[in-house]
Every structure is written in C-alpha cells, then in structure tokens.
Design a protein around this ligand. Structure first.
Ligand SMILES: Nc1ncnc2c1ncn2[C@@H]1O[C@H](COP(=O)(O)OP(=O)(O)O)[C@@H](O)[C@H]1O
Ligand SMILES: O=c1ccn([C@@H]2O[C@H](COP(=O)(O)OP(=O)(O)O)[C@@H](O)[C@H]2O)c(=O)[nH]1
Ligand SMILES: [Mg+2]
Length: 191
C-alpha cells in the first residue's frame, strides 16, 4: 500500500513550492501531475504530446488514463518512499473515478492538503512565475481558473464531506504556510 496525500488548490496557490519543501524534509516523494504531463509532452515518440499541449494551453483536463498511468509509473519507480504527494490531481470527476478504478486497493489516501488563496493573488503569482510555461498567460489563466472553479473545487468539496480536507491559507509568506503544513503532517502521521 502506498501512502498518498493529494495536494490541491488554485493554479499559483503554491502547491509545487510547498511539496518540494515537504519532499526535502519529510521523506515524501513529490509527484506533480502537471510536471509529469509536461515531461510526457516533451518525450520523443510520445503519441500524446499534441493532445497534452492542447489541454494545457486551454486549461482543460487531460483524460485520466494518461495522467493516472504517469502517476502510477512514477510511484512504482520510487516504491520505497514513505509516501507520495500527488500535486494537482485529481482535478475533476473523471480524474477521481479513473484513479479509484486504477489505484483503489493499492493506496492509502491519508488526507487532502488544500492550499487556499484568493484567485487574484494566484493569477499574479503565475504571471510572475518565470518558468516560461505556455499556460502562464492571461488568456490561459482565465480558462484555468474557470476549470478550477467549475471542476476542481467541487472535488475538494467531495473530500471535505468525508472529512479528508486539511485547509491551509497559502496567501501568507512561504515559511508561514509551510509551518502550518508541517503541523498537518505531524498530526496525520501520529495516528
Ligand atoms: N506563499 C507564497 N507567497 C508568495 N509567492 C509564492 C508563495 N508560494 C509560491 N509562490 C510563488 O508563486 C508562483 C507559483 O507557485 P507554485 O508553487 O508553482 O504554485 P502551483 O504549483 O500551485 O501553481 C511561484 O513563482 C512561487 O515561487
Ligand atoms: O491531473 C492533471 C494535472 C494537470 N493537468 C493539466 O496541466 C495543466 C497545468 O497543471 P499544473 O498542476 O502544473 O498547474 P498549476 O496548478 O501548478 O499552476 C493544467 O491546467 C491541466 O491542463 C491535467 O490535465 N491533469
Ligand atoms: Mg504546480
């Protein structure tokens, strides 16, 4: 059984930033669904490159079979980890259903870390992220925020109903956000 923590929040809420700090300090392996999709997009011989780029630019969501297989392969490649931070997934109902079908029974879902941050702050962060991403522009960001509001937030609400969500306000400086996140992990791993 793999221990899994889903890390969700709007684009620019700081998921990648916080996950890399948890990975450094707490022994979890950080798997960003977006990073895995971008790597697959660049992989020579991938049959999914164009499809992935289309979804990324439009802020829409790649079919779950592709994302879930990338995540499972990455988990198998680090199978001795204490646990995995699944950053930016599941993003919609199709993601959640596909994950359950492929991974149900193989994983222990510990909790969902929800980084909450006002959308205007998030958009501003993405516009200054400086990674040259094809989706960090005003037009794509509008669509990404719409996708987040219409498809991803309802998934967070579903997890909330079953008591799995741990919300941390990520509008604050990284060190403050991280301190609260560490407390969430400490409580979860005590049990
Ligand atoms: N708490 C924070 N305060 C200010 N800037 C932040 C904070 N967390 C992340 N950032 C910056 O905002 C941008 C987006 O962060 P990132 O971790 O990539 O978010 P996400 O993965 O949720 O899109 C990056 O440039 C990052 O350095
Ligand atoms: O499970 C996922 C994760 C990401 N994406 C796509 O990849 C983009 C970038 O995702 P990422 O998590 O890197 O963006 P972030 O929230 O970190 O800004 C999204 O807008 C989607 O188009 C997807 O289709 N499925
Ligand atoms: Mg990210």
């Amino acid at each position: 059984m793999y221990n899994v923590v889903f890390v969700l929040g709007p684009p620019g809420s700081g998921k990648g930033t916080i996950c890399s700090k948890i990975q450094q300090n707490l022994g979890y392996v950080h798997l960003s669904a977006g990073d895995l999709l971008r790597a697959e997009r660049e992989r020579a011989g991938s049959q999914f490159g164009a499809l992935i780029e289309n979804h990324i630019k439009n802020g829409s969501i790649v079919p779950v079979e592709i994302t879930c297989s990338l995540l499972e392969n990455a988990m198998i490649a680090s199978k001795d980890a204490n646990g995995f931070l699944i950053d930016g997934f599941p993003r919609n109902e199709d993601n959640l259903e596909g994950w359950k079908k492929q991974m149900g029974g193989k994983v222990n879902e510990q909790f969902v870390l929800f980084l909450s941050c006002p959308v205007d702050v998030c958009i501003d962060r993405c516009l200054h992220r400086g990674q040259g991403r094809t989706d960090d522009n005003v037009e794509s960001l509008k669509k990404r925020v719409e996708t987040y509001n219409q498809q991803t937030f309802p998934i967070i609400e579903l997890f909330e109903k079953v008591g799995m969500v741990r919300e941390v306000n990520s509008e604050r400086p990284v060190t403050e956000v991280y301190d609260d996140v560490v407390k969430v992990f400490a409580t979860a791993n005590q049990k």
